[in-house]
Design a protein. Structure first.
Length: 418
């Protein structure tokens, strides 16, 4: 491993360390002990608990990054859906200069979402701890909360971009990854505390560990799986005056969309719940509780939203028309398939069948572990989404580092004349 790759890893670790430091910078004017008492009594089985997990326990400290990267993800969802609806926006996204304008619009939408969520959190705090959570007047606190959370979210976006450009890549995913991983030690401590108090038996603990290990094994097995479509290239060898067929293949992953569907689905389900929780209307608050991550309705919606986003993102990530045109231009073809429309139709059929299995895999992984743990009577939230994100981001990061190592070796060999 050369010096450049080591520097990228160190830069990534420095930026992730800065992210963890920001998690301990509280918003002024809040009694942190009231917030912690609320989380100790309410646990993690609500929308705030899910927010807390994704933000690396920044919510229970009411840090300036309490909203995490979720506003940016929500804005990305809105823009992706708009780009799929309006051709002009889709065209802007494909152009180099247009992509910069597109990302600028995403940032503006992120600001809007952050402001809405910051106001919602402010009103939620007003109803927390008999009104003792906020130590200053409400109007001043709303202004401070908006400014603080907006600053924190923009800092996270900047950190993610720096990790992507100057680090090992996957900036936003690594921020979510580090937030989830930072909560593992406290989760282990809390689990053993429940075992010691008798709330969880050793048999249930073994069952939980078995579910986690099985989930990790299934994720690794599926993520490394791919369908290889053979491609033949005709090349004329002048020295031997004969034609040779060079065989290659198009790799299609079973999960084309990566961690995007569960992250998008979680953001879409948590956003309305956060706003409803801020209301003083008991009916709206009851609806918010009904949509909590520990409820069956949440996991049913999660199941279908993950399938929808898996198909939606796969259609963006894999463009069969572009692949068919590139093959035709390079003199390649899929054996038994006519170049052009025949190749496009074949690739669409293959991707459609693979995406069906990939979307069902994502949906089951995102919901089944919670159902199994719930059936055991475990008094805390455990979802497959967190495990899926951690394992998948770890695999993708290792692949990126490995690719950069091979690229550096290739450049070295080219430089010495091999």
């Amino acid at each position: 491993m050369n010096r450049a790759i080591i520097n990228k890893i160190l830069i990534t670790l420095i930026f992730l360390f800065l992210y963890r430091v920001l998690a301990y910078v509280p918003i002024p004017g809040v009694d942190i002990e009231v917030i912690k008492d609320f989380f100790r009594s309410a646990g993690s089985q609500n929308a705030l608990g899910l927010f807390n997990m994704f933000s690396g326990h920044a919510v229970e400290r009411l840090s300036i990054i309490s909203l995490g990267i979720m506003p940016y993800i929500t804005a990305s969802i809105v823009m992706e859906l708009l780009a799929a609806t309006f051709p002009a926006l889709a065209k802007m996204k494909k152009e180099r200069d247009g992509m910069q304008k597109y990302m600028q619009i995403v940032r503006y939408v992120t600001i809007l979402v952050t402001v809405v969520q910051a106001v919602s959190v402010s009103f939620l705090l007003r109803n927390m701890g008999n009104g003792n959570a906020i130590m200053i007047d409400m109007q001043s606190f709303i202004f401070i909360a908006i400014f603080s959370m907006l600053t924190g979210t923009m800092l996270l976006m900047w950190l993610g971009e720096q990790i992507t450009q100057r680090g090992v890549g996957n900036g936003i995913s690594l921020i979510i990854f580090s937030g989830i991983v930072s909560g593992i030690p406290s989760a282990i401590e809390g689990t053993f505390g429940l075992v010691n108090t008798g709330e969880i038996s050793y048999l249930v603990l073994i069952g939980i560990l078995a579910i986690i290990i099985l989930t990790v094994f299934v994720i690794i097995y599926v993520e490394l799986g791919e369908r290889r479509i053979p491609v033949s290239y005709a090349r004329k060898v002048i020295m031997q005056n004969q034609n040779k067929r060079i065989m290659n293949y198009i790799p299609i992953k079973i999960n084309l969309s990566g961690v995007i569907p569960p992250i998008f689905a979680s953001a879409l389900l948590v956003f309305p719940s956060t706003i409803l929780h801020a209301s003083s209307n008991e009916t709206l608050r009851a609806i918010a509780d009904f949509l909590g991550p520990d409820k069956y309705i949440y996991n049913i919606l999660m199941f279908f939203f993950v399938i929808f986003f898996a198909y939606f993102y796969a259609s963006i990530a894999f463009n069969s028309k572009d692949i068919a045109e590139n093959l035709k231009r390079q003199g390649g073809y899929i054996p038994g398939m006519r170049p052009g429309e025949g190749t496009i139709h074949f690739l669409n059929g293959v991707v459609g069948r693979i995406t069906l299995f990939g979307s069902l895999y994502l949906a089951i992984i995102s919901t089944l572990p919670w159902i199994l743990v719930k059936s055991m009577g475990v008094p805390f939230y455990f979802g497959g989404t967190a495990v899926l994100i951690v394992v998948q981001v770890a695999i993708d990061t290792m692949r990126k580092i490995e690719a950069q190592v091979y690229m550096s070796k290739y450049k070295t060999l080219s430089a010495v004349g091999f």
